[in-house]
Design a protein around this ligand. Sequence first.
Ligand SMILES: Cc1cc2nc3c(=O)[nH]c(=O)nc-3n(C[C@H](O)[C@H](O)[C@H](O)COP(=O)(O)OP(=O)(O)OC[C@H]3O[C@@H](n4cnc5c(N)ncnc54)[C@H](O)[C@@H]3O)c2cc1C
Length: 275
Amino acid sequence: MGHCVVAAAEEILDKKFQVLDRGFVRLVDYMGSDDRIVQAARVSYGDGTKTLRQDEGLINYLLRNGHTSPFEQVVLTFHAKMPIFVARQWVRHRSARLNEVSGRYSLMPDEFYSPAFEYIAEQSEDNKQGRSAKPMETSRAKMVLDVIRRVHSFSYDGYKELLDAKTARELARIVLPLSLYTEWYWQIDLHNLFHFLKLRLDKHAQKEIRAYAKVLRDMGAKVCPIAFKSFDKYVLGGLSFSEDEVGGLRRMLKGEKHGLVGKEGKRFELKIKGA
Ligand SMILES: Cc1cc2nc3c(=O)[nH]c(=O)nc-3n(C[C@H](O)[C@H](O)[C@H](O)COP(=O)(O)OP(=O)(O)OC[C@H]3O[C@@H](n4cnc5c(N)ncnc54)[C@H](O)[C@@H]3O)c2cc1C
């Protein structure tokens, strides 16, 4: 009992892991580990310490059955730096606590996100909220980057001009674009981190926030390797089905056609094929 100290987590503590061109994530602190999850769960039954295999079985059982409160006993604090448009998506996760750098108080540094070539793509034809999986050809991608960088310089020059004219920092900053980097301390418990990761590792989430989610996932797995293995198996690797889809699966098990038609049928087929 007492503080949980996890050697693999101690090793990455305070180290910056780069994300995108200028961003990072750093694990500042952690409270609890796989041990804390099982200790908290066993308080329900007044049970003592068990073997590693039994602990793993218990964690799997908890996650499979939505018994999530023991996972809330693990708390992680990260320091992260990300473009403002990523921060706007991230901040929608209300179950975390955060403190962000203040553009009213501090001078915002000349740090903007410029996407790497493989991140530059056309608007997707089948997903109104996303980009095509195929990167743009280099000559057009270069033009895109030129425009992005030109606008960065233009708006930062405007910011400096406003500051030179003694304009309040809280007003001068309004000319800065969404690609400007911001940073914050972000604290979240493991149950809510799983929820965040489920949504933000998903292929429907924007590529840039997915890059952060991957790093957060790997850092969390250093603190709670068993819980993350279970999360991968039962949450990320799992699928949920509607009532009609369950009907379709049952018919397929009997050797019949699934019977779902139109868009619903297509969606179902893609889902079970893992596409
Ligand atoms: C791919 C994708 C696209 C998105 N597109 C858009 C978009 O176009 N526009 C947009 O505005 N948002 C968009 N979002 C944000 C999305 O709607 C959620 O706000 C965000 O994912 C946070 O999820 P959450 O509320 O479950 O998380 P949290 O805020 O962390 O909440 C966790 C859980 O706590 C409970 N909870 C928290 N607060 C409340 C509350 N006040 N009342 C009841 N229950 C609560 C809920 O069960 C919730 O699931 C998008 C998200 C994703 C992943």
